[in-house]
Write a protein that binds this ligand. Structure first.
Ligand code: ADP
Ligand code: MG
Length: 244
């Protein structure tokens, strides 16, 4: 059997006195889609940020494709390119066009020639349904369109794994599905994904596994249908009682 693509072993992290990640053990296989769910403050964002090395951690290990997370320097830049991240707030560059937002990473970090980067960017914008907006600026697009551009921008770096941290929670309700549909199709195409979301429709359609976190720890892991219909832990039962 091949080694899982992302492996966290006994990862612990504190913010001062707060034990924000507790003995996290999580393995994600190539092509697997893991939905992370749990109450606000349970450490979901910190988990994503730690996998992407936006946060440090004190003990344990994280490997991506068999390589340990580097602390800094060139290797870290490479790792960041391997791990795409899409945030709740779309974080597009406001003063750059949609096309430039997508080509910037490949041109700067990958040294891709401009014409090639633009060709690929247009393909990706096509794929997420915003190619006709390529010459506009982010503020001219709806939130749902901006978030789809953010996904295209991440994909332009050819990541091995994509992390999504509540990608639809800042969107107006009518725009949620257009973003989730892009994510479902990515999942179906075999992208390895870690998705923090409370969108059960997405979990049911696309996830292989639901990981439930509370107070910085993974409390249970189940297939989506089993988790939503028969959660095992009291914490998960309590949480689902509140969101369903
Ligand atoms: P979630 O995404 O599940 O809502 P977070 O990972 O954002 O949870 O936060 C987990 C806990 O860590 C919360 O109690 C939060 O207040 C705290 N926290 C998050 N970021 C920081 C930080 N930079 N400094 C101190 N505490 C933080
Ligand atoms: Mg969060």
């Amino acid at each position: 059997m091949t080694e899982p693509l992302v492996v966290l072993k006994d990862v612990n992290k504190h913010f001062g006195d707060l034990h924000v990640l507790r003995d996290i053990n999580l393995s994600i296989g190539t092509g697997e889609v893991v939905v992370v769910i749990g109450p606000s403050g349970s450490g979901k964002s910190t988990l994503c940020r730690t996998i992407n090395r936006l946060e440090t951690f004190e003990s344990g290990s994280i490997t991506i494709d068999g390589k340990a997370l580097p602390e800094e320097g060139k290797e870290l830049a490479q790792l960041r390119a391997d791990v795409g991240m899409v945030f709740q707030s779309f974080n597009l560059f406001a003063h750059k066009t949609i096309l430039d937002n997508v080509t910037l990473g490949p041109i700067k970090a990958r040294k891709t020639p401009k014409a090639e980067a633009e060709k690929r960017a247009m393909e990706l914008l096509e794929r997420v349904g915003v190619a006709h907006q390529a010459q506009k600026f982010p503020a001219q697009l709806s939130g749902g369109q901006q978030q789809r551009v953010a996904i295209a921008r991440s994909l332009a770096m050819d990541p091995k794994v994509m992390l999504f941290d509540e990608p639809t929670s800042a969107l107006d309700p009518e725009m949620i599905n257009e973003v989730l549909d892009v994510m479902v199709s990515l999942a179906k195409e075999g992208m390895t994904m870690v998705v923090v979301t409370h969108e059960m429709g997405f979990a049911r359609k696309a996830a292989n596994r639901v990981v439930f976190m509370a107070d910085g720890a993974i409390v249970e892991e189940q297939a989506p249908e089993a988790f939503f219909t028969a959660p095992r832990s009291d914490r998960a039962k309590d949480f689902l009682g509140k969101i369903l």
